[in-house]
Ligand binder design. Structure first.
Ligand code: ME8
Length: 666
């Protein structure tokens, strides 16, 4: 049986510089959908690439003192390395300087001239080079580019024009008949009101004032306008216009595209010009154009000139690709703008990844080892408590499918995390350690098996988003290929009893918030683009860049230092835990009574997930004795006990028996 196909594309990015985290956002989102569709049995074609012609690129290469192709090859290598580091599973990478593309663009242009869709005239108007867009006087905003707000310059040159006006009615009819074509819905009205209703102008489609582009075959003084050249990549990459029958077969198989993912600023090119070009070529139109929102920094859109761009490679190096993929897809609802803040990144990584998912896997593995010799047990009949978790997991599969159909990645992840959190709660509620202690082996086996198979389901569900973590969990739990398939999510119980589970390091380290915020402040802007600079800089310049980084690091480190006076304000004392009990309705909190020698203090501590209450009684600990009292879940807490944590591991800072309660720690 032939598989259904799914063709998905990202914009082809301008390689005038290295890419930032905003470009990674689109590419990661498209990757999650491509991986998901493959899991669902589709024959997926995931295309990305680079848009290498135009004035902007030519200028940048000249500024760098390089031959244009040499300049481009270096940046393309950097981009492909970024996609490898982010685990982007693209099937093809198109460069618009490749002959498979340029040859077809030349032919298309000639054909459109012959058909009368393209005609020669002269252009007089404004041009925004960073956006590579033409603007009429009335469209400018305060004399600047209405898209990016930058300077425009006046252009007067002979040009070919595309008769866009001829196709407007057909385009509007297409929108009408295909209400899902432009997503999110709101962007459709914006397009119609801003660009079509005021009267769609014929589009200028060639330039003569520079030569870095595809030359018009019949009139080589002209190069093809970069947007006409670029949009065509979506068909040339899959074989349109090729002489090779295998390529043509490929085109038949994948076209029309199922979805073009683009940022909202280039929706206009994809839902007006691109469909019209395709109509003129007599080709079917893509099924959907999804214009997602922007990833913004606190001070607005990322831009190198503002110095607020984030180099994705530095983030991946520090946190790993899955963590960055998770953050991008979970934090910003697809379609809307979202602000990148270091705090939100650290919080997501600490709470969602380290505390929730990492902890679930770590606890379960540890318990299978402690209570079942490391072997996945055979379950012995399910009770309502187990069934509730199993039902939630099964229902979640349907929810995730529905959200993925709508390309709502953040909601799909939020569905999965409901199961992760519920599974952690299930462990607290069923208390396998107590079942073990009481010798209730049947019940213990059921609980351990339920935890294991829910983890299997979670691992399968997260495959499109966190591919590395998913395969690591599946490997540790020796889940076979069949049980790791999407179809194996429709029933519970595919994990193999009898397999030995492998213990490993925590999947995600718990981060020290203060240290991370300092490090992120440094990564943001200051160091971004360093590699790009390094590519074009001399050795001396590279040295200067790295010395500057070291100095900046020292400044950051220095600013973390405190004086002895500040430290001595903290009163640390030895205390002994007399009793411990859970706080109602809070799965992380314990209420402790701690003997400080001269008094017994009540302290509420967030360590419930790491200790049984019995384990704690009698422990000699270090107490911060002069903290202002606070109420946690309505319970008064008069101090704090110190603990050391690394990843999922948390241990109390303890003191030998011989030191009396109340002794000062200094
Ligand atoms: O426009 N937030 O290339 P480009 C979210 N070559 N997405 C962002 C972003 C941000 N802050 N910044 C960039 C071009 N993007 C053309 C495309 S397609 C035939 C030609 C993403 O390098 C987003 O997808 O300027 C946006 O549309 C794209 O990068 C622009 O990339």
């Amino acid at each position: 049986m032939t598989k259904p196909t799914f063709y998905i594309t990202t914009p082809i990015y301008y390689p005038n510089d290295t890419l930032h985290i905003g470009h990674s956002y689109t590419t990661v989102a498209a990757d999650a959908l491509a991986r998901y569709k493959r899991l669902r049995g589709y024959d997926v074609m995931y295309l990305t690439g680079t848009d290498e012609h135009g004035q902007k690129i030519q200028k940048r290469a000249e500024e760098a003192g390089k031959d244009v192709m040499e300049f481009l090859d270096e940046i393309i290598a950097w981009i492909r390395d970024l996609w490898d580091k982010l685990d982007i599973s693209y099937d093809d990478f198109i460069r618009t300087t490749e002959p498979r593309h340029t040859k077809v663009v030349e032919e298309i242009f000639e054909r459109l001239i012959e058909q009368g869709d393209i005609y020669l005239d002269a252009y007089e108007g404004w041009y925004c080079t960073p956006c590579e867009s033409f603007w009429a006087e009335r469209e400018l905003k305060d004399g600047k580019c209405p898209d990016c707000g930058r300077e425009v310059h006046f252009v007067r040159e002979p040009s070919y024009f595309f008769r866009m006006s001829k196709y407007v009615d057909r385009l509007l009819q297409f929108y009408e008949e295909n209400p899902d074509f432009i997503q999110p819905e709101s962007r459709k009205n914006e397009m119609i009101n801003n660009f079509i209703k005021p009267g769609l102008q014929d589009l200028c489609v060639s330039r003569t004032s520079f030569d870095w582009g595809v030359r018009v075959r019949s009139n080589p003084k002209h190069v093809v306008y970069v947007w006409l050249d670029a949009l065509t990549n979506y068909i040339t990459a899959i074989g349109y216009g090729s002489d090779n029958p295998a390529d043509r077969e490929k085109f038949e198989r994948y076209w029309p595209a199922n979805v073009h993912f683009v940022g909202k600023e280039i929706v206009r090119f994809h839902v007006i010009y691109w469909p019209i070009i395709l109509m003129a070529l007599g080709l079917p139109l893509p099924k959907k154009v999804y214009g997602h929102g922007f990833l913004l920094m606190k001070d607005g859109k990322m831009s190198k000139s503002k110095g607020n761009v984030i180099d994705p490679k530095l983030l991946i190096e520090r946190y790993g690709s899955d963590a960055i993929r998770y953050f991008l897809l979970r934090e910003i609802p697809f379609g809307q703008d979202g602000v990148f803040t270091p705090d939100s990144l650290v919080e997501r990584l600490n709470y969602d990844l380290a505390n929730d998912l990492g902890n679930l896997v770590h606890r379960t593995t540890a318990m299978v080892h402690k209570f079942s010799g490391g072997v996945i047990p055979v379950p012995a009949g399910y009770q309502a408590q187990d069934q509730a978790l199993i039902d939630l997991a099964l229902q979640t599969v349907k929810d995730v499918e529905a959200h993925m159909d709508e390309m709502q990645f953040s909601l799909a992840l939020s569905d999965i995390w409901k199961v992760v959190r519920q599974a952690n709660k299930y462990i607290d509620d069923t208390a396998p350690w107590a079942l073990y202690k009481n010798g209730d082996t049947d019940r213990l086996n059921t609980v351990l098996y339920t935890m294991t198979d829910v983890i299997r389901m979670v691992a399968v569900l997260i495959q499109p988003f966190l591919p590395r973590t998913a395969s690591e969990i599946l490997r540790r739990y020796k889940i076979d290929a069949e049980a790791a398939k999407w179809d194996a999510l429709y029933s519970f119980g595919a994990a193999s009893s009898g397999q030995t589970v492998e213990q490993g390091n925590p999947l995600f380290p718990r981060l020290d918030i203060k240290a991370e915020l300092a490090a992120l402040a440094e990564l943001t802007g200051k160091r971004a683009g360093t590699e790009a600079a390094a590519q074009t800089a001399t050795k001396q310049e590279v040295k200067q860049v790295s010395e500057k980084q070291t100095q900046e690091q020292q400044v950051v480190e220095k600013s973390n230092l405190i004086g002895i006076d500040t430290f001595s304000q903290v009163e640390l004392r030895v205390g002994q835990i007399q009793s411990a009990e859970r706080v109602e309705g809070a799965d992380k909190l314990l209420k402790l009574q701690v003997d400080l020698g001269s008094e017994v203090r009540q302290i509420v501590s967030g360590i419930a997930k790491h200790f049984t209450t019995d384990e704690l009684v009698g422990q000699k600990v270090v107490v911060v004795a002069n903290l202002k009292p606070v109420k946690l879940r309505g319970v008064q807490s008069n101090g704090m006990i110190l603990a050391a944590s690394e990843g999922d591991l948390l241990k109390l800072v303890t003191v030998p028996e011989t030191i009396p309660n109340g002794a000062v720690v200094k």
